[in-house]
Design a protein around this ligand. Structure first.
Ligand code: ADP
Length: 502
């Protein structure tokens, strides 16, 4: 038995669910933070622009009046300077005030002329190549976000050109984005709490659902165990979900079929033994009698030997039929077929039985029924000629066997255009097959009248073999009333047709 390795379905569901939901939740959160960040960055840039624009004129005045821009910037109290935000203050949203900006003024040659925060501006390198400064010195406003060399923070820079008598200066305002993107600490806590709550709920629900499913699967496991032990009457008690309930019902159906097959197998074994035993008993009985002295009487000995011979032939016939059946059932393989004209093949089979029919004074006639278009010339089907010959031969043989002397057996071929198939029927004037036996006669060894069949050398396997052969040709074999409703049997073979010629 295989070792029961692998992860339990409950654990699998739990881990997968948790993983997927956590990933989804984190993704949403990240998207949210990113969009908050984007909006805040835009707003920060706008604030820097508004503030800067209101500030450039003051800087221009300081430069034109030859004032020390650096000390002015350091002394300047933005919060209290009246009129700085006049007209634009209402647009000025945000979590910072003017004094949180760092302001840098850069001369046309890139040298820093003043900085609100850096003490010794002479140590600062030339700013000419900074993206936003380069834009401002060329007369345009420019912005940039990059890591500050001082604080290692992401910083937003916004630079504006200032037209002075000494040329275009640049006024640059900057603010660390961490200050601008305001994310209150308690909202982080809130997110953590929500996530925990979601996780607990999911874990709980996953546990309940998977426990339910696992319980139902265990029921199926128990059921299959019952079937394995041969208790085919066990019923599925799975209550849901739908798929598992269906699986349970399917298993029940399969078990019923298994039970039937098991019965068929048992019947077959007992039938075969019985069928073989009858001739063997007879052979051994007559042989013993011969050995006991009957061999001395030549006539009696001859008679007994003839009986023994007949019984041996009977044994051979049964064994041959059994081998044919087992060949047909082997691997459920389809026989090799070729395109053949059914009219021709049926004609040949009939010819083969003409002498046997004549010995009983039976007239075996072959009739091709006209199709709507006119006289049929050929009807092509995919046939394994040898097997088809055997199937049709069994039907004609039975018809001759089971109908009285001096009657007629008709073998008719008819093309049914609407179904694109051909019907080959064999009709006789015998006792016919009562309706209640019409399915059973195709079972192995089933005979309506056992004694009569045996007397005629029947093995009880002919119809079963014929049905197998026709099924392997994708056709059908059944028995029905004669077309003219007179007494007698009518066996019909139906085969799919490839083409016809008229
Ligand atoms: P068997 O070797 O006994 O003929 P089959 O499988 O060919 O075995 O037929 C099964 C049974 O069907 C026969 O024993 C017989 O009772 C019945 N049967 C078959 N063909 C006919 C027929 N043409 N007329 C009457 N009964 C038939």
């Amino acid at each position: 038995m295989k070792k029961n390795r692998g992860v339990s379905i409950a654990v699998l569901l739990f881990v997968l669910n948790g993983l997927f939901l956590s990933c989804g939740f984190f993704y949403l959160l990240k998207q949210n933070i990113l969009s908050v960040r984007e909006v805040t960055e835009k707003q920060t840039e706008e604030n820097l622009r508004i503030f800067g624009r209101s500030f450039v004129n003051a800087v221009a005045e300081w430069i034109d009046d030859d004032k020390n821009v650096d000390s002015f910037l350091k002394k300047f109290d933005f919060g209290e300077e009246e009129g700085f935000f006049s007209g634009s203050a209402e647009n000025f949203e945000g979590s910072f005030e003017g004094k949180e900006f760092r302001i840098t003024v850069v001369a046309p040659d890139g040298v820093v002329a003043g900085d609100s925060e850096v003490d010794n501006i002479h140590l600062l390198e030339n700013h000419k190549n900074r993206e936003e400064i380069a834009a401002a010195l060329s007369g345009k406003e420019g912005s940039a976000v990059r890591k500050s060399t001082v604080s290692k923070d992401s910083v937003m820079y916004y630079a504006l050109p200032v037209q002075t008598k000494k040329g275009i200066y640049a006024v640059r305002l900057s603010v660390p984005l961490s200050m601008a993107v305001y994310f209150p600490a308690n909202s982080k806590k809130q997110i953590a709490k929500t996530m925990l709550a979601v996780f607990v709920v999911i874990a709980f629900l996953t546990f309940i659902v998977s426990a339910y499913i696992v319980h139902q699967i265990k029921k199926l496991e128990t059921l299959s165990g019952e079937y394995k032990n041969g208790n085919f009457d066990a019923k599925s008690t799975v209550s849901g979900p739908k798929e598992l309930r269906k699986l349970g019902n399917r298993m029940e159906v399969m078990a019923t079929e298994l039970k039937r097959l098991e019965q068929v197998r048992k019947d077959f074994v007992s039938n075969v033994s019985h069928e073989l035993k009858t001739p063997v008993t007879s052979i051994s009985g007559f042989t013993e009698t011969l050995l006991d002295g009957a061999i001395e009487d030549r006539d009696t000995a001859l008679h007994f030997l003839q009986i023994i011979n007949v019984q041996c032939m009977r044994l051979m016939a049964i064994i041959e039929d059994l081998l044919t059946l087992s060949r047909l059932e082997k691997d459920n393989k389809k026989p090799e077929t070729m395109r053949r004209d059914v009219l021709n093949v049926v004609r040949q089979v009939c010819a083969r039985f003409r002498d046997k029919a004549a010995s009983k004074n039976i007239n075996l006639v072959y009739i091709i029924e006209e199709s709507t278009g006119g006289k049929l010339e050929a009807v092509y089907c995919m046939l394994n000629e040898g097997l088809f010959d055997e199937a049709l031969g069994n039907l004609i043989d039975n018809a001759i066997k089971y109908c009285p002397e001096k009657t007629e057996v008709e073998c008719k071929v008819k093309f049914i255009a609407s179904k694109n198939m051909v019907q080959i029927s064999v009709e006789d004037n015998g006792a016919g097959i009562p309706k209640e036996f019409r399915e059973r006669i195709f079972e192995r060894f089933y005979r309506i009248d056992k004694g009569r069949s045996r007397d005629m050398g029947g093995t009880g396997l002919g119809l079963s073999i014929a049905a197998h052969i026709i099924k392997a040709h994708d056709g059908k074999l059944y028995v029905t009333d004669r077309q003219d409703k007179k007494q007698g049997a009518c066996f019909v073979i139906e085969l799919p047709v490839i083409s016809i010629s008229e």
